[in-house]
Design a protein around this ligand. Structure first.
Ligand code: KG4
Ligand code: ZN
Length: 342
């Protein structure tokens, strides 16, 4: 089976083709980052309009990259939620219309299931069961994964997602949206120990997270420095970035360790945009080594939003005969626990 996957949930248009026998045979991505940067965040209406412009050309590009024609496609997968309603509607409408015209089934995919399964695109995929840490711009969740569609959310953020905290703190430091990766690069120049940020919610039991306080802590640290220094030096910014990243990574690691202990599982999967973070990868790799377990991450290109993870998740579901009806439905809010097991 060859599945066309379409991702339009936020600010990336991703189109890919996954072949059951050959693996990923086309992967096209267009990012709207430059479009939204001037506004310091995603403008939903602009995102929808840009998806309209880009989705069809990217589908054509994916078909020619794979040297296929529409007749070769056996099914269409699209991100059905969670995400921005207008953006989701673009992908869903194009996907459903093509599936109808091509007389093939279509299936709506859960965006976070896509992220969660992204490490399966690798040569050394994790086996079930495992604990997944999903860290993106919109979500921070710890999930007990017992199989495809067998997801129990065992912890999540009560306020900002980890990526959101990265982006907001990056903005405070004068970095462009979305500043997660740039903050991480800046932190490499930072000196350990000059500032120490708290590790929120680690001093009490449970697996939930809270990241909004870290952004406030960063703002207060910055203001305190400004009382003695007239302007913020590059070194001070780097030192704040270091302390912030250190606190987020440490907090995530503490909760992952707790989740592994609670479930008794030995495998950890990290996925979503923040899983591209070098410090987080290093820290969790070391932790799993100490615990005698294994850690899996997607390749960097599959950490942030992409069509490949949607095509892959769609293939698994279409192969089992699951498909969506003709109505074009999107789910801006959608709990993973509602997904049917395979
Ligand atoms: O998964 P994703 O592409 O979109 C959502 O589904 O939200 O994640 C985007 C998030 C952004 O907040 C971005 O700043 C963050 O991932 N991110 C990073 C890094 N690369 C992307 N955060 C920290 N370090 C990185 N290297
Ligand atoms: Zn995402």
């Amino acid at each position: 089976m060859k599945i066309l996957g379409i991702e339009t949930s936020c600010d990336e248009t991703g189109v890919a083709i996954y072949d059951e026998d050959k693996g990923l045979i086309a992967n096209q991505l267009y990012t709207q980052i430059a479009l939204h940067a001037d506004y310091g965040g995603v403008v939903p209406e602009l995102a929808s309009r840009d998806h309209i412009r880009k989705t069809a050309p990217l589908i054509q590009a994916a078909l020619s990259e794979a040297r296929l024609t529409a007749k070769d496609i056996d099914g269409v997968a699209y991100t059905c939620g969670p995400g921005l309603v207008g953006a989701l509607l673009v992908g869903a409408t194009v996907a459903r219309a093509l599936a109808y015209a091509w007389e093939v089934p279509a299936v709506g995919v859960h965006h976070m299931e896509g992220h969660l399964l992204a490490p399966m695109l690798d040569d050394n995929p994790p086996c079930f069961p495992f604990v997944a840490l999903l860290v993106s711009g919109g979500h921070t969740q710890l999930v007990r994964v017992d199989g495809v569609g067998q997801y129990t959310v065992i912890g999540e953020s009560v306020d900002d997602a980890a990526g959101e905290a990265f982006d907001k703190t990056a903005k405070l430091l004068g970095l462009d949206y979305p500043g997660g990766a740039a903050l991480s690069r800046l932190a490499e120049q930072g000196a350990p120990g000059r500032f120490v940020f708290p590790r929120p919610m680690t001093d009490r039991p449970g697996l939930d997270f809270s990241f909004s306080g870290l952004k406030t802590f960063a703002a207060n640290t910055l203001n305190a420095v400004l009382k003695t220094e007239l302007t913020l030096s590059e070194q001070t910014k780097a030192d704040i970035a270091y302390a912030f990243q250190d606190a987020v990574v440490d907090t995530l690691a503490i909760k992952c360790k707790r989740a592994l202990k609670e479930t008794g599982y030995k495998r950890l999967v990290i996925a979503g945009g923040v899983s591209a973070n070098k410090k987080l990868r290093e820290s969790l790799t070391q932790m799993m080594k100490n615990l005698g377990g294994e850690v899996f991450y997607p390749q960097p290109q599959f950490c942030t939003d992409n069509g490949a993870m949607i095509a892959y998740a769609g293939l698994l579901r279409l192969k089992q005969g699951q498909q969506s009806g003709l109505a074009i439905d999107v789910k801006p809010r959608w709990a993973m626990a509602e997904l049917p097991a395979l």
